[in-house]
Write a protein that binds this ligand. Structure first.
Ligand SMILES: [Ca+2]
Ligand SMILES: [Ca+2]
Ligand SMILES: [Ca+2]
Ligand SMILES: [Ca+2]
Length: 311
């Protein structure tokens, strides 16, 4: 895994800076950016323009999962700078990174999800490092309450301030709304309840998404859930002034009942301007994938676009 992560980091850094130099399209700057072997381990957790200079920056979680490096892109490769955000609690490790502007001040904030290393539960804690005009991230808040799995970043109330879609410890779905307000002390998200039109538990790990699936140009909330028999049910929620409206829900044909269900992805694969739902599935026997398929949901039907039978 470590080798894989190092390779991933190497590849991604090369890709980012490949396009910075038109004279020399492929320039390996890994050694200039990550100067020691230990600094090259870890994984890229997010891409974002943190300092608002229109150059992509990257968030790199260290192998120890105790440190987050913010690597700022530069117009010349040597201008790349670091900012390190360190987790000092011995029991907590960084699980994920979700950049956004949670207090609506125009500065990117860095939200980190944290997992208790001594716990087997799916609960995660949330910490926010607040962005500022000098990109120092000196203010931070530990957010009250734990959530199951990674939150989904979205704008639930269309006010251009970043929000989260979460599942709280009792399994209930909620929106946690970002908002303006003093960031010292007890800043917290405003919690709002989700629609009662569905109370199915959200699948863990989820592949929830904020993407336009209704073709009206506005992003919708896609949620992966489980019915009482443990079968996966996909829900598409459209935002309305009265709150989320269940636009559609659908499942998989019975022939995939004994398949492992992978993470959903979305792409316009037939060029009609609408996103299609793409789903990898795998039939597992004795911990071995004996048949894998990639399915596409189009016009209310599932179609196999790839099949690999290893039986
Ligand atoms: Ca930048
Ligand atoms: Ca902010
Ligand atoms: Ca919002
Ligand atoms: Ca839509």
């Amino acid at each position: 895994m470590l080798l894989f992560n190092m390779w991933l980091l190497f590849i991604q850094v090369c890709i980012i800076f490949r396009f910075c130099d038109a004279q020399n399209l492929v320039t390996d700057v890994t050694g200039q950016v990550f100067t020691t072997p230990s600094s090259r381990s870890g994984f890229v957790a997010a891409y974002v323009d943190i300092n608002n200079d229109k150059l992509t920056d990257i968030c790199v979680v260290s192998e120890s999962r105790k440190e987050l490096k913010l690597v700022y892109g530069g117009t010349e490769t040597r201008l790349v700078q670091f900012k390190s955000l360190v987790i000092t609690d011995d029991n907590l490790s960084i699980l994920g990174v979700i950049p956004g502007d949670y207090n609506g001040d125009g500065h990117v904030d860095i939200l980190i999800t944290l997992k208790d290393s001594n716990s087997n539960s799916n609960l995660v804690q949330i910490k926010i490092f607040w962005g500022d005009s000098e990109n120092k991230f000196t203010s931070q808040n530990d957010i009250d309450g734990q959530v199951i799995d990674e939150p989904l970043l979205l704008d639930a109330n269309a006010d251009m301030v970043s929000d989260l879609f979460v599942t709280i410890a009792n399994g209930t779905r909620q929106f946690w709304l970002g908002h303006a307000g003093a960031i010292t002390g007890n800043w917290s998200f405003e919690h709002t309840s989700f629609s009662k039109a569905s109370s199915k538990p959200v699948k863990f790990p989820h592949s929830n998404a904020f993407v336009d699936l209704t073709g009206d140009g506005g992003a919708d909330l896609f949620v992966t859930t489980l019915d009482t028999n443990g079968r996966i049910v996909f829900e598409v929620w459209q935002g309305t002034e009265l709150g989320p409206h269940l636009f559609s829900n659908y499942s998989l044909p019975n022939e995939y009942d004994n398949f492992e269900i992978g993470q959903s992805a979305f792409a316009d694969i037939n060029g009609d301007g609408q996103q299609e739902h793409i789903l990898p599935v795998c039939k597992v026997d004795n911990k071995r994938c004996i048949r894998s398929n990639i399915l596409v949901y189009f016009d209310k039907e599932w179609t196999e676009i790839f099949s690999d039978n290893n039986q």
